[in-house]
Design a protein around this ligand. Structure first.
Ligand code: DCP
Ligand code: CA
Ligand code: CA
Length: 343
């Protein structure tokens, strides 16, 4: 049966919350991310408002570059606790609009609106949802509606900011074909580069490649790309399966005992685990550090907290203590370190 899928994504999320909290910032370029330290800062831009985007500032860009592009912007630290609270409130609203919902990240979700029976009805639901979020949270969002998740998400991207775009099944082809290949979910910078190297820039051109050719170039993802370029996507909207644990591990290029190197890599692991934790609104109780030595001998050490936590400081402190125990108890060269948290 033909489905009706809605995708919603909050506009310049972290920065919009900061604007809301500090109305006197409105109209000025705002950058949320690491401290620029007068252009010497390390770390990256989390996001910025549309005024800052006029200067070329983007998510993921080094904060030093953002400072160079617009030194007069308002630079703010990431207040993730606040953004999470706002996200929870927004998702409580979103959930009311369909029993079949999927929360993708702090500011993004899908709803299956097939029960609306028509795209016109679904559009009204989308308008109402945007309005309710604005009235209750004073934040704008963008909604895309289409016959599947891929089209709905792409419609959102096109309608940003504060927009609503409906792509009906008979409009999918004309919607997709003129778009750039990197507008297609699943095509990242590397994939796009390879395609451009063989003269493919638009989705219309991408459709000239056979499924087997795309599979040969990109493996299984290639098949997905072939389907998506034609507006085919059967992925159901489903609430995330309950995540039981989150973990990361990294193998050193060379076995090492250098504490600076080991703790340096561990910081990276900590940040990645924490990021995923936040994205999934996951709480942990047990922290496990994994250490594999040169001879592949693998050991773990764990700590269980009295209460579930989502606190980065707690995670970092306890995990580092466990890692330090490994370093103190023997002198064997280390091949891999890892971190896993579970509830
Ligand atoms: N984010 C981040 N680092 C990134 C990308 C995003 O910390 N590299 C955070 C900040 C964003 C939030 O996630 O506010 C949502 O990301 P989006 O990609 O949806 O971007 P925005 O909501 O900021 O902007 P847009 O209006 O384009 O959706
Ligand atoms: Ca967003
Ligand atoms: Ca998003």
């Amino acid at each position: 049966m033909e489905r009706i899928i809605l995708h919603i994504d909050m506009d310049y999320f972290f920065a919009q919350i900061e604007e809301r909290e500090n109305p006197h910032f409105k109209g000025k370029p705002i950058v949320v991310g690491a401290d620029p330290k007068g252009g010497k800062g390390r770390g990256v831009v989390s996001t910025c408002n549309y005024e800052a985007r006029k200067y070329g500032i983007r998510s993921g860009m080094p904060i030093s570059k953002a400072y160079w592009l617009c030194p007069d912007a308002i630079f703010l630290p990431v207040n993730i606790e606040l953004y999470q609270k706002v996200s929870e409130k927004i998702m409580e609203i979103v959930k009311k609009y369909s029993p079949t919902y999927e929360i993708v990240s702090l500011d993004e979700a899908y709803l299956d609106l097939t029960d609306c029976k028509s795209f016109e009805k679904a559009k009204k639901v989308g308008e109402k949802l945007k309005r309710e979020i604005f009235e209750k949270e004073k934040l704008t969002s963008t909604v895309g509606i289409g016959p599947n998740k891929t089209i709905a998400k792409m419609a959102t991207e096109k309608a940003k900011p504060n927009g609503l775009l409906v792509i009906k099944p008979n409009q999918v082809k004309e919607f997709l074909e003129p778009l750039d290949i990197d507008d297609l979910p699943g095509i990242g910078p590397k994939t796009a580069e390879k395609l451009r190297a063989i003269g493919i820039n638009k989705i219309k051109e991408l459709k000239k490649l056979s499924k087997s050719k795309l599979k040969e170039m990109f493996g299984k993802v290639g098949e997905r790309i072939w389907e998506r370029a034609r507006g085919i996507d059967e992925e159901p909207v489903e609430s995330e399966e309950v995540i039981k644990s989150i973990g990361r591990q990294i193998t050193f290029e060379k076995d090492t005992r250098n504490p600076r190197l080991i703790f340096g890599i561990f910081e990276k692991i900590l940040k990645e685990v924490y990021q995923e934790l936040v994205e999934n609104n996951f709480f942990f109780r047990t922290i496990t550090v994994i250490c594999r030595y040169q001879n592949f001998e693998t050991h773990t050490k764990s700590k269980t907290l009295k209460q579930p936590s989502q606190d980065f400081i707690v995670l970092k402190k306890e995990a580092k203590k466990l890692l330090l125990k490994f370093l103190l108890e023997n002198k064997k060269p280390i091949r891999l370190i890892g971190l896993r948290v579970k509830i």
